[in-house]
Design a protein around this ligand. Structure first.
Ligand code: CTP
Length: 207
């Protein structure tokens, strides 16, 4: 199972809350897994990318849809690599009609979405391997290592948004692979090469 791309959380028929995820990292991982002979289910938010050949793709829009698709698919998977940038909050009330502007400022109440990675970590079968991603702007190692424990997963692939070559939409990444054995700092790599290194580590964990 691979998740990729952003989620979109509609406010009304015209507006939404989302993020800058391009989906490139997740699509590179799905393509490389397929290349190595894996059967791949790619649960993807809206991106401008073409899914890799031979990968079963499930298109979703919202965090809630991604939760449903990913938890359903994970039942028959050996491993999950969760690259999607899932919204942590969604509008508390969707307005069927366009929200009209009024004088003064506006606040939009938000409610928490479900954490898919955490859910999979808490409900996995023995033997299933789970890898998450973590994008930080400070205290990357400490924050990401905390996610490993809190979400009961096997690896967190961390990157710092402020490091050159590691941001959104670019074709490269600078990852640190954090497992219970320690942290492995990777150099600046293409997303394809980074995908390879993530999968090498995931395969070791699976073995
Ligand atoms: N994730 C998820 N479902 C969510 C939110 C995040 O599956 N609702 C997954 C992402 O796919 C990624 C990892 O969790 O693998 C990111 O961890 P997270 O703690 O959500 O990161 P942030 O939201 O950036 O955490 P924080 O806001 O605490 O920095």
């Amino acid at each position: 199972l691979v998740t990729a791309g952003p989620t979109i959380e509609p406010i009304d028929p015209v507006r939404y809350i989302s993020n800058f995820s391009s989906g490139k990292m997740g699509y590179a991982i799905a393509a490389e897994l397929k290349e190595r002979g894996a059967e791949v289910i790619l649960v993807t938010g809206k991106t401008a990318l073409t899914p890799p050949d031979g990968v079963q793709t499930v298109d979703v829009v919202t965090a809630e849809q991604m939760f449903r698709a990913a938890t359903k698919a994970f039942d028959r998977c050996d491993a999950a690599v969760m690259c999607a940038a899932v919204a942590d909050y969604t509008p508390a009330d969707y307005s069927d009609d366009k929200v009209k502007k009024k004088d003064g400022d506006l606040s939009i109440p938000l409610k928490r979405t479900q954490d898919i990675l955490q859910y999979l970590g808490d409900h996995r079968r023995s033997g299933q391997v789970i890898c998450g991603f973590s994008m930080e702007t400070r205290d990357m190692l400490a924050n990401s290592a905390a996610k490993l424990e809190k979400k009961h997963v096997d690896m967190i692939c961390a990157n710092n948004l402020k490091v050159a070559g590691a941001g959104f939409g670019v074709d490269t990444n600078v990852l640190t692979l954090i497992t219970r054995d320690g942290a492995e700092e990777l150099p600046l790599l293409s997303k394809e090469e980074a995908a390879n290194r993530v999968i090498d580590r995931a395969v070791q964990l699976l073995a």
